[in-house]
Design a protein around this ligand. Sequence first.
Ligand code: TYM
Length: 332
Amino acid sequence: LPRLFSGMQPSAASLHLGNYAGALLQWRELQTTHDAVFCVVDLHAITVPQDPAALREQTRRTAAQYIAAGIDPEHSTLFVQSHVSAHAQLAWVLNTITGFGEASRMTQFKDKSSKGGVDAASVGLFTYPMLQAADILLYDAAIVPVGEDQRQHIELTRDLAARFNSRFGDTLVVPEVSILKETAKIYDLQNPGSKMSKSGESPAGILWLLDEDAALVKKVKSAVTDSDGVVAYDPAGKPGVSNLLSILSLLTGETVEALVASFAGLQYGALKGAVADAVVAAFAPIRTRTLELLDDPAELDRLLALNAGRAEEIAEATLTRVYDAVGFLPRA
Ligand code: TYM
């Protein structure tokens, strides 16, 4: 089976609808046709300040949400990045073949560092994309299913793999990105011009996977729309309504066109009611299952340790190939 790699940062107490749409929905499907490796990327999370106790808990919670959303830890390899030391080791090698200007052009770094200024940003945040490339390349991944915001990092990963191969001989697999057009980018409900994000500014604009039903309904009902009063899909002119239509489409499997037709002559309230129902139907079972899994942290930790062992075997073999290719003296 072709290998797949993807991951999420444990940087909040819950995943959100964007993570579910852009990543988890694809992961769940693709794990049946791929040798799937899913990672909770805690090394990435500390590129911005994290509270240690919260980080540990969020790491478990993120893993539990993967499982609750349908990732099968018996069949797929679900592990925590810091449990496999080869990630940091390969990242170092990739740092040495990345141009400083090339890294400076990564938009995620520019966005995140623009908030507090470049002096407040860590060097870890700057080298973040090379660690991400290491994640992917360690597993010889053929595809990487992600949301649109990760496209540039996967492009860099491809460039680095090809560069490494041309400099040191064929060693790394050049991966393909997998981005589903319909779910590529979910927007903040209060701020439909910006993507739904764990660090979003408006708490009411984010639908958390672990939100209570009433909170989900309230947030959907107060989503920003417009004053036309016509349910139509026009992302540029009607970003709020179009985002709601995209969300409903991805949760129900209906096409946007069919949905627009079915809401002809109806008010935004009807659309919001349907979206709220669909979100609750999708999230409530995931919340329940996540909380059950978190009731037994020892079992979860045992599962993660077992999976880290599987991941490590693959990763160590790749790292050995890379160390050999660059000319490191093998430890006798
Ligand atoms: P992260 O943790 O920000 O997001 C996890 C996944 O969710 C997707 N996503 C979205 N998709 C649609 N609409 C949104 N509003 C939205 N917000 C987030 C992201 O595209 C991602 O697929 N750098 C990565 C983590 C990472 C990784 C990797 C991913 C580290 N190493 C290797 C793939 C392969 C990140 O910050 O994702």
